[in-house]
Design a protein around this ligand. Structure first.
Ligand SMILES: [Fe+2]
Length: 291
């Protein structure tokens, strides 16, 4: 039995200096002041973090948007949080669009969180692969700087081809693809979609994967994508781990646990959804057999 916890879209922030509020960051800061600061609450993230640490997990995946405006102080704050969450061996991080919010921030996730974003081969870059027991974690980056009011993501051809190779190389293990953006988006999320999602789905259909987990939409989601030979690849979206209560169409703060068992001939995977209720208590809200 291998137990993986996934949390995502923490949107931790720190007060910016005036000089840091140029370009897209200014719009993001206004959005934070008007709306997001009432949604993403430190006390919610604290409750979720405490709950995760009480679970017996083998590994924790953090699937992007750890921070909000890609400010140096935010990366430092997230690093302190990561160090308290677990060691780089037991925690895997991938960036989201808010972690690469502006062009100048592109090198910063690796600079501050590099130990958590490196494969077993010790090399930097994406995808990276970590093997733990009979599980292969294949970590992608869709975080690219975008223009104002955009939150799109992109994998790019070099990363897509290396993904195909990584899926082949880990065939036989329980392959989990970690990605911030969802592999398909409804029309209302067009400005926030993964631009090369169709290419990603084609690679999964050809090379297969046992599970894909993502964040970005702040909603619980489950779709079954096509895999090879009529198989399906469950793609699971987790809610924000810091959202105070249901906000709009989005879910309250929570996270997912995946319990993986079996072997290549017959994998079993159970999804356990945990959520912080309005009473401040984190509890299981659903349990579902993925296969
Ligand atoms: Fe995002």
């Amino acid at each position: 039995m291998f137990v993986l916890a996934q949390l995502t879209d923490l949107h931790m922030t720190s007060p910016p200096r005036l000089s840091e509020l140029a370009s897209k960051r200014l719009l993001g800061f206004i959005n934070w002041q008007r709306k997001r600061k009432f949604i993403h609450r430190p006390e919610v993230l604290d409750a979720i973090t405490r709950d995760i640490k009480q679970q017996e997990t083998d590994h924790i995946a953090v699937t992007g948007d750890l921070i909000n405006l890609s400010l140096p102080a935010e990366y430092k704050r997230a690093r302190v949080w990561l160090d308290a969450l677990g060691t780089p061996h037991d925690v895997t991080v991938i960036p989201g669009n808010h972690d690469v919010y502006v062009r100048a921030a592109v090198p910063l996730p690796a600079e501050f969180w590099g130990d958590y974003m490196r494969g077993d081969d010790g090399r930097d870059g994406f995808p990276f692969v970590r093997m733990r027991d009979n599980v292969a974690l294949i970590a992608l980056s869709t975080g690219v700087p975008t223009g104002p009011f955009m939150a799109t993501g992109r994998l790019g051809q070099p990363q897509l081809s290396r993904l195909a190779q990584a899926l082949d190389a880990t065939h036989g293990l329980f392959r989990i693809v970690l990605i911030h953006h969802p592999p398909q988006s409804p029309p209302r999320r067009y400005m926030r979609r993964l631009i090369d999602a169709a290419d990603l789905r084609r690679i999964l259909a050809e090379h297969g994967a046992e599970l894909l987990i993502h964040g970005h939409d702040h909603e619980r989601a489950l779709v079954r994508l096509d895999g090879p030979h009529g198989t399906k690849v469950p793609a699971v979206g987790a809610p924000s781990a810091s959202a105070r209560a249901p906000h709009g169409h989005e879910n309250a703060g929570g996270y997912n646990i995946y319990r993986i068992d079996g072997n290549m001939a017959a994998w079993r995977c159970e999804l356990i959804a945990r959520e912080r209720g309005v009473d401040g208590i984190v509890r299981e809200i659903r349990r579902e057999t993925l296969f």
